[in-house]
Design a protein around this ligand. Structure first.
Ligand SMILES: C[S@@+](CC[C@H](N)C(=O)[O-])C[C@H]1O[C@@H](n2cnc3c(N)ncnc32)[C@H](O)[C@@H]1O
Length: 242
């Protein structure tokens, strides 16, 4: 009997295929926020890529804003932007590239569900980046194992703009999360403590560093407390342990 081919659209894909796009002004503001986080580690990342092949990937790329930032780095030769929704990438990549003035010729968007096998050979990538996307995985263990597999020795995994659970506000944060359109649409939404990210990443073979990012004047004054009890905002900058 001939096998019947079936295209399965997951609830995650359906949600992101149909999520409305904001106004051009909102998009520009959003791109500046992505760049604000990126600028905190861009120099280090570029230095880390010196002498390597410079093939990097963004997982959960969506607007491809972070991919565009990456395309501006001298030592990034090629960016593969993966997202479960190719429609979302197609709708936004041109606007993101024009707002952030990147080199779109370096970027290749690819439809891919990062809950499964990543479309790369062992050790093919020198860096993997997530912008507000890692927490969407349905299994932190399998996604991080795949990242480890496809990264070269000493390769870098970066997760920026994750939301972090606060030990003091957890109940309120979870209640808010459970009332989002994502939860109503059965999207994989999660929120973790910084310590949980550190645990998952270190067990998955990464050295983890947290780079604090403070966006308000008050938070800048309190930067010494970032990542502890008061607030957590920043970038996970992780190196694959060789
Ligand atoms: C909250 S958005 C993050 C913002 C995103 N970086 C952007 O600039 O649009 C989450 C992104 O992750 C993608 N995503 C969610 N689950 C995914 C999965 N299992 N595989 C690949 N991409 C996924 C969504 O399609 C969406 O673009």
């Amino acid at each position: 009997m001939a096998e019947k081919l079936q295209t399965v659209v997951t609830s995650d894909q359906a949600f992101y295929d149909n999520e409305p796009i904001g106004s051009p002004e909102e998009h520009a503001k959003w791109m500046q926020e992505i760049k604000f986080y990126f600028d905190r580690y861009a120099y280090r990342l570029n230095a880390n890529l010196a002498g390597l092949n410079g093939h990097v990937a963004e997982l959960g790329a969506g607007s491809c804003g972070l991919s565009v930032c990456l395309s501006r780095l001298e030592n990034v030769k090629r960016v593969t932007s993966l997202d479960i929704s190719s429609k979302r990438m197609a709708r936004m990549i041109d606007v993101s590239a024009s707002v952030l003035r990147g080199d779109q010729s370096k970027i290749t968007p690819v439809a891919c569900n990062f809950n499964g096998t990543l479309p790369f050979d062992d050790g093919e990538l020198d860096a993997i980046l997530f912008d507000a996307a890692l927490h969407h995985t349905r299994s932190m263990w399998s996604t991080l194992a795949e990242c480890n597999r496809v990264l070269s020795p000493g390769g870098v995994l970066i997760a920026q703009r994750e939301s972090y659970l606060s030990p003091f506000r957890a109940r309120r944060q979870i209640t808010k999360l459970l009332n989002t359109p994502e939860i109503a649409a059965k999207v994989s939404e999660n929120i973790y403590l910084l310590d949980q990210y550190k645990y998952y990443l270190s067990v998955s073979g990464f050295n983890v560093e947290f780079i604090g990012v403070e966006r308000s004047y008050l938070k800048k004054l309190l930067s010494f407390a970032n990542g502890f009890a008061l607030f957590t905002d920043g970038v996970l900058f992780c190196k694959k342990i060789i």
